[in-house]
Design a protein around this ligand. Structure first.
Ligand code: PMP
Length: 412
């Protein structure tokens, strides 16, 4: 049977519509992915995506040492491996985490296909439909997608310029309990939050941990940007104060995302459940990628490379902040990230970020409207801008266009 492109894409013709599991109703298109095709058009300046800029990696040197790895150890690196992940990389990850004050044992680390799979496995082992996951306001779109795909209820906790408000956390937890709800964990990104760029100071981390301890709430700390501090040394991770914190790490931003290697550091019992979940999902995380990263860490100057990345991101962040200062209309505010990839803009009263997006694309600038980062419809007056991928010239131009679009909205 010949099918037209239109018919192939027409979901009304989906003959499996009555067969899908309930949980697929919770799955939603990521706003960032939906924007991808538009944002990639060359005439558009994209301040939307969160892709790390890996053009400065020493590709020739990496290629040579990986070729040698295959030549000398090919039958191991291309074979099935451990469900928990390979020991050499778990030992190296202990060293990576020590840079953020974490003391850990390789036995308590499970390798995942990016920290995104870590989020999936953690949700899978803890959450039944209807369980509550607490999250910052705003929170990472990919995590919200995972939590919703397991039919959890995501409840956002009021957050300020220092991250989660501990008093709001306590009150919300008490209210939810009084309503008979089961809170499974607090999901938090204490360093350079995606999307807000906010960092929780040390004292705030302790306060949030204290509330969680007294309320019996498990903490899941997601930290892919931690080593990309642009101003001062990294603040110790929450996991460094409390061994019960489940910690998610990743090589996507400090090396390269295409290998899809991240990890979960978890208390021993949880770690065992995670390995079972990992085995049922993938048998074992990608062995070749793990050895490739191990090889990178042992043959290349990876700490020096992180400094190179930081210099580049710092310049771009500074360009974006200066351009916002120069072009944005009265009534707008934005965060000043001390690391990571993102600035979170609050638009003037009466301007709706989602409604404004098509006008932005017409003006050849792409951004992510705030509601993507809320499970409850919040964020109407917010926008996430990223400075990680475009060059400084393009950032300058993109912010100028973006500000122009807001001015037009105000005149309508
Ligand atoms: N957590 C956060 C906060 C992120 O920003 C990202 C990537 N955008 C991830 C997790 C997932 O990263 P990866 O799977 O590449 O490790």
């Amino acid at each position: 049977m010949d099918v037209t492109d239109q018919e192939r894409h027409d979901t009304r013709l989906d003959r499996f519509v009555d067969s899908y599991a309930e949980r697929t109703n919770g799955m939603r298109v990521s706003a960032v992915r939906a924007l991808f095709a538009v944002a990639n058009r060359p005439e558009i300046v994209s301040l939307a995506g969160g892709m790390p800029n890996i053009k400065d990696l020493p590709l020739d040197s990496i290629a040579a040492s990986m070729a040698e790895m295959v030549a000398t150890n090919g039958t191991q690196v291309m074979q099935y491996g451990s469900g928990q992940g390979e020991l050499p990389i778990r030992e190296q990850i202990v060293e990576v985490m020590s840079l953020e004050g974490i003391t850990a044992h390789p036995d308590d680390i499970v390798i995942t296909a990016g920290s995104q799979q870590g989020l999936d496995l953690v949700t899978r082992i803890f959450c039944d439909p209807g369980d509550v996951v607490l999250a910052e306001s705003p929170s990472y779109v990919g995590a919200l997608g995972t939590f919703l795909s397991y039919q959890t209820e995501v409840v956002h906790i009021a957050s300020d310029a220092d991250g989660i408000d501990p008093a709001a956390l306590r009150e919300t937890a008490a209210r939810l309990r009084a309503e008979g709800k089961r809170i499974k964990f607090l999901y938090t990104i204490p360093n350079y939050n995606n999307p807000s760029g906010v960092t929780q100071p040390l004292e705030r981390r302790r306060e949030v941990l204290q509330v969680c301890e007294s309320e019996g709430i498990l903490v899941v700390e997601d930290n892919p940007y931690g080593l990309l501090s642009l101003d001062a040394d990294p603040i110790p991770a929450m996991r460094s104060f409390d061994d019960n914190v489940i910690y998610l790490g990743s090589f996507s931003k400090t090396f390269a995302p295409g290998f899809r290697v991240g990890w979960v550091l978890a208390p021993h019992a949880v770690r065992e459940k995670l390995v079972l979940a990992q085995e049922s999902a993938t048998l074992c995380p990608p062995v070749f990628s793990q050895f490739a990263i191990s090889n990178y860490l042992s043959t290349q100057d990876w700490k020096g490379q992180i400094r190179v990345f930081k210099d580049m991101y710092r310049e771009r962040r500074d360009t974006m902040l200066a351009a916002l200062e120069e072009y944005m209309p009265e009534g707008s505010t934005w965060t000043h990230p001390a690391g990571g990839f993102f600035v979170w803009v609050t638009l003037p009263e009466g301007v709706d970020s989602q409604a404004m997006l098509p006008r932005g694309v017409d003006a050849r600038v792409a951004f992510v409207p705030g509601p993507a980062f809320y499970a409850d419809g919040g964020g109407a007056r917010n926008v996430r801008l990223s400075y990680c991928f475009p060059t400084s010239d393009r950032i300058q131009l993109g912010v100028q266009r973006f500000a122009g679009v807001i001015r037009n909205e105000l005149e309508v």
